[in-house]
Design a protein around this ligand. Structure first.
Ligand SMILES: Nc1ncnc2c1ncn2[C@@H]1O[C@H](COP(=O)(O)OP(=O)(O)O)[C@@H](O)[C@H]1O
Ligand SMILES: [Mg+2]
Length: 291
């Protein structure tokens, strides 16, 4: 496994979560009642994702320049924008993969401020908000079913059999029950991406961040992945989808925002933003994407 690759980062993350789970198990047993109360309170609240005045710099370069976003529970937000406009950085700030410089991020009940995010808090955020990447980031040496079962086993403490059963259910949900024993190298790009979605869902997140997850796929394979997202939306999952698929955004998203040079230039229902963009900049961008 390549050091520093996305797979490696995910693996380190899972290992970290496992040791944290072990460390905290006794503590949790003692605090069972308190946690149950907290959980009950959390369940009453709606799961929303929000940023206020989010600023991210790399050196002196401002990459996110005061982003205000609000996504309601069950809503699908599509983020479009030219390459380098800060879309991936925004998603990474939302799920505590990248610290930011000013403003705040709220994921459900968890509020993140500027600066380094404590590891425990980052783990809590990522439990609520799964992420799927353009390059799939599957573990190449594990079969599809084991890619999906690994997290629940290491992090949620499921037994091998329980985790496998859940993984098979999820693979079936993304239409891949028949490919459970295949290795990633034996799967098509669309199948790999559907396994990656199943793997993210296995952690039972409340929301899913998708970063250009169809960009590496042949056109005829894109739809099978986009259909899975449309199904997840119908089932009530909160989705933030960075995409160049204008047709998908128009059909599935509740709202669309256009990010350019770290700022949200336009924001609103797809029919408004995509059919009647107000700014020349967005008109030109959409004309290029649609051509
Ligand atoms: N780790 C990093 N260090 C320095 N610059 C970065 C880093 N990550 C991203 N950038 C820069 O931030 C800008 C936004 O990047 P990114 O969020 O990946 O854009 P997008 O996803 O919209 O293509 C780009 O100019 C990119 O070069
Ligand atoms: Mg990107």
């Amino acid at each position: 496994m390549k050091l520093g690759s996305t797979e490696d980062i995910l693996f380190q993350e899972l290992k970290g979560r496992e040791s944290q789970r072990r460390r905290s198990r006794d503590f949790v047993l003692g605090l069972g009642k308190t946690l149950a109360v907290l959980e009950a309170r959390e369940n009453q609240g709606m799961f929303e994702i929000e940023t206020r005045g989010l600023v991210k710099r790399f050196g002196t370069r401002v990459v996110l320049d005061g982003i205000d976003l609000h996504v309601d529970q069950g809503e699908t937000l599509a983020i479009l924008g030219p390459s380098g406009s800060g879309k991936s950085t925004l998603l990474r700030c939302l799920n505590a993969l990248t610290p930011f410089d000013a403003g705040r991020v709220r994921v459900g009940e968890i509020v993140l401020g500027a600066g380094k995010v404590p590891r425990d808090l980052a783990i809590q955020v990522r439990r609520q908000l799964g992420m799927v990447f353009q390059d799939f980031a599957l573990f190449p040496h594990l079969r599809a079913v084991d890619n999906v079962a690994l997290g629940p086993r290491l992090v949620l403490g499921l037994t091998h059999a329980q985790a496998r059963e859940r993984a098979l259910q999820l693979l079936s949900r993304v239409g891949l029950a028949h490919r459970a024993d295949a290795f990633p190298s034996q799967l098509s790009g669309g199948e790999k991406q559907r396994v990656a979605i199943a793997r993210a869902l296995a952690m039972e997140p409340k929301g899913l961040l998708c970063d250009e997850i169809t960009s590496a796929l042949d056109p005829e394979l894109k739809w099978e992945v986009l259909e899975v997202l449309a199904d997840l939306k119908r089932e009530g999952l909160t989705l933030i989808v960075v995409t160049h698929e204008v047709g998908f955004a128009r059909r599935v998203a509740d709202r669309v925002c256009i990010l350019t040079e770290g700022r949200i230039l336009e924001h609103g229902p797809p029919a408004e933003v995509l059919e009647h963009p107000k700014t020349l900049r967005v008109q030109q961008f959409l004309a290029r994407v649609l051509s």
